[in-house]
Design a protein around this ligand. Sequence first.
Ligand code: E4P
Ligand code: PEP
Length: 454
Amino acid sequence: MNDFTPATHTSDTIAGLDAYRSMPIKQQPAWSDEAEISAVRDEIAGQPPLVFAGEVDRLRRRIAEAADGNAFVLQGGDCAETFAGANADNIRNRVKTILQMAVVLTYGASVPVVKMGRMAGQFAKPRSKDTETRGDVTLPAYRGDVVNGFEFTEESRRNDPQRILRGYHMAASTLNLVRAFTTGGFADIREIHSWNNGFAATPAMRRYENVAKEIDRALRFMAATGTDFDSMKTVEFFTGHEGLLMDYERPMTRIDSRTGQAYNTSSHFQWIGERTRDLDGAHVDFFSRIRNPIGVKLGPTTTPETMKALVEKLDPEREPGRLTFITRMGAGKIREALPPLLEAAKELESKPLWITDPMHGNGITTANGYKSRRFDDVVDEVRGFFEAHRAAGTYPGGIHVELTGDDVTECLGGSEHIDETDLESRYESLCDPRLNHMQSLELAFLVAEELRAL
Ligand SMILES: O=C[C@H](O)[C@H](O)COP(=O)(O)O
Ligand SMILES: C=C(OP(=O)(O)O)C(=O)O
């Protein structure tokens, strides 16, 4: 058992955790009351950790296995979790969707799947603009429920430090339910059919049912041979979110008294976003000092030099499982932008895990004003990712998607043929569009085919 020491300003000078404060920093809200935000930081620092160092270390080992080509990482969840959306139905549907995708991948490609939710902390959003204008009114941009409200009023858009405390408690209750689902019997592989309950009978679901029936037959065979199923009652499920809001990430970072090392206990995994991965910036410095496995988003303008410099900063020891590159190039660019990075990475002793995020490079705004993505572009980027890795002889080790278990209409296309007018019927994301349940399963079948073809 780890014994975390709450991060006090003195103890953490050892780990240099506060060095970031004197560095250029992006995408942070301005708080109007310094005393209030300071009190909130102190209160967060005194709250119990959400995850333990042993779990974080286990995830690092799993990521190392994936980077070696022996596992595949599936990361999925909301673009922006909301406080209102942190209810049992939403959480269960997202967990079920991830479990179903994992079944499709494990069975279809015979590869262990490391399951990770973009959940229990994905509350802060980087934005392209600091403000939003509607008609003749301009207000601060919505930066996620942990900072301000989505409603377009001056009061709601005010940055409110108390939201950080609420975010912590929402993350805690979400994680509690995720842990209950994944260790309490719900995720037992013998429940494979019941994960269908509540979802519409779509073509992807029928395909899933066929896989489930085959797995059922195999399980009955194993039962007949006397297999002990106890180990199948639980699944490993990790959490991750963008490490963005430093007034949350810093106080959640604690010293493990066993090892004297710093762990960010807000989730098992954090990634640094495309907008905050400056080499000399605050985020890269801070996350270089913690033990959690770290992801970095790489957009289409990333040069091999930048990629190598990120390796130097974030993985100087070349530690297996330490670093994950999440590429989000865009369907039209991945086939040119990714190969030079893969070639350059071969020259390093480091072995980062490569994951595709086929969402963030494929945003469009529709004629009727919705932020959307075409499912075909998402699929094309995934195919481009596999093509690039096959050509380079490197391992495509995972996928990172914005998804929900609900039947929303946010991304265009898929076998339901969602079109621009359909977006009006059920667009619920407060930031970027997510794959719905059926599109998520369809994508899992496609990824399984690509993995089989490696
Ligand atoms: O989720 C990602 C970013 O927060 C998002 O793409 C930024 O969106 P914006 O361009 O509307 O600010
Ligand atoms: C903002 C995100 O991605 P990116 O940094 O790649 O734009 C995100 O994943 O929510």
